[in-house]
Write a protein that binds this ligand. Structure first.
Ligand SMILES: CC(C)(COP(=O)(O)OP(=O)(O)OC[C@H]1O[C@@H](n2cnc3c(N)ncnc32)[C@H](O)[C@@H]1OP(=O)(O)O)[C@@H](O)C(=O)NCCC(=O)NCCS
Length: 220
């Protein structure tokens, strides 16, 4: 399962981005005490997910030549080692991580959702009228809605190293291609200015159970 998951996540990113994926609870390794402290009061499910994220992240970082060190967080946003950008995501039974050396690549965003988890009710809240229209006219509409949601989350995470401010779900429009790509069209001025001089490469894929979205923010 883990190898298949990792292969799927690899489809989302260009060369230079290291990925790891696995099943929380079946990802073995240790946390640093400073990391354990971040989940000291969390419920067991959350602890398992957090642990697997950190352990998988260290495996990806090792392939980038980064020495083992705690990955702390600021309001849950991971604080990656100097010169590294990355992203962690978990959804029921799956945890995935992507990381890269910061350079031309300025941000990496990754999101996993259970396929179909984005109900009509959620979609009505997070989708723009154009997105709703497209999903409505699409055969696999439950999956299409999940892809849009996941793409927005991945995009949001890809901005973490360059833009700490909140970006709302209606601040961008996602255009999902049937070739496994997606485009992020800025609606809000703040998004337009973050994307000026940058390129956003979005890709998505799905398994029988999950939808995955990856976003790479690069200097153009
Ligand atoms: C923070 C957020 C993106 C997390 O996504 P999620 O689907 O709920 O959960 P996921 O499992 O995919 O991701 C959780 C991981 O994201 C990472 N994360 C948390 N906050 C983050 C942030 N501000 N930026 C980047 N990564 C963040 C963490 O690594 C976290 O896992 P960890 O706590 O175990 O380390 C989401 O909860 C959120 O606040 N979204 C609203 C903002 C948004 O997406 N706007 C849309 C803009 S188009």
């Amino acid at each position: 399962v883990t190898d298949d998951l990792t292969e799927l996540v690899r489809l989302l990113f260009p060369a230079g981005v290291e990925v790891e994926a696995g099943v929380p609870g079946e990802t073995f390794g240790r946390l640093f005490p400073e990391e354990e402290a971040l989940i000291a009061r969390a419920v067991e499910k959350r602890r398992r997910e957090f642990r697997s994220g950190r352990i998988l992240a260290r495996r990806a970082l090792a392939r980038l030549g980064v020495a083992e060190a705690p990955i702390l967080a600021k309001e849950r946003r991971p604080l990656w080692p100097e010169g590294i950008v990355g992203s962690i995501s978990h959804a029921d039974g799956c945890c995935a991580v992507a990381a890269a050396r910061r350079g031309r690549i300025e941000g990496v965003g990754l999101d996993v959702e259970v396929d179909g988890a984005v109900t009509q009710k959620i979609l009505a809240r997070i989708a723009t009228p154009e997105e709703l229209h497209r999903v409505g006219s699409c055969a696999g509409s439950a999956r299409a809605g999940t892809v849009i949601f996941s793409a927005k989350e991945a995009f949001y995470k890809s901005l973490a190293a360059v833009h700490e401010d909140w970006i709302g779900f209606h601040d961008v429009r996602i255009e999902v291609g049937d070739d496994g790509t997606f485009r992020v069209v800025p609606i809000a001025a703040a998004v337009r200015s973050v994307l000026a001089g940058r390129r956003l490469e979005g890709r998505w894929c799905a398994s029988d159970r999950w939808v995955f979205a990856g976003a790479v923010l690069a200097r153009s």
